[in-house]
Design a binder for this molecule. Sequence first.
Ligand code: DQA
Length: 163
Amino acid sequence: MARKSPARPSRTQRRTLAIYVLNGPNLNLLGVREPEVYGRMTLAEIGRAVAARARTHGLEVIFRQSNHEGELVDWIQEARTRSCGVILNAGAYTHTSVAIHDALRALDRPLIEVHLSTPYTREPFRHHSYVSPVATGVICGLKDTGYLLAVDALASLLKDQTA
Ligand code: DQA
């Protein structure tokens, strides 16, 4: 069945609501964790680059990371009313979490799924995503650049919605 289009933020909401960029387990170890797979940038560096890119589109960013599934669910629920869109790298929860899938189904905002690596060419247990069926788009395999492209994609979707 076709997925319902996300709610249209009004022009004012687009100006005042932030993009939520949410990161799941172990992404706090970026820079030291398997750099050949995930790149050498730390999460803090990615956060700064994302905020700078978002500013070029006139957008604010709330950038967070948690190792806890329930905390990510709480933030996704918060994003229903406080964000104009979400960028999510759910880390390993991508492949396991029905709770995150359900929270995202209720999000009603544009959602870009991001992965630094390409899970679909790695171990079989990474081939299924509980995020993809409810994502507006998926970006993977481009390391930290994927986050910046996700900001551009979200900005473009938001502009289309408010045009
Ligand atoms: C990841 C891919 C996941 O399979 C893995 O568990 C991660 C990072 C990525 O960004 O490539 O923690 O989401």
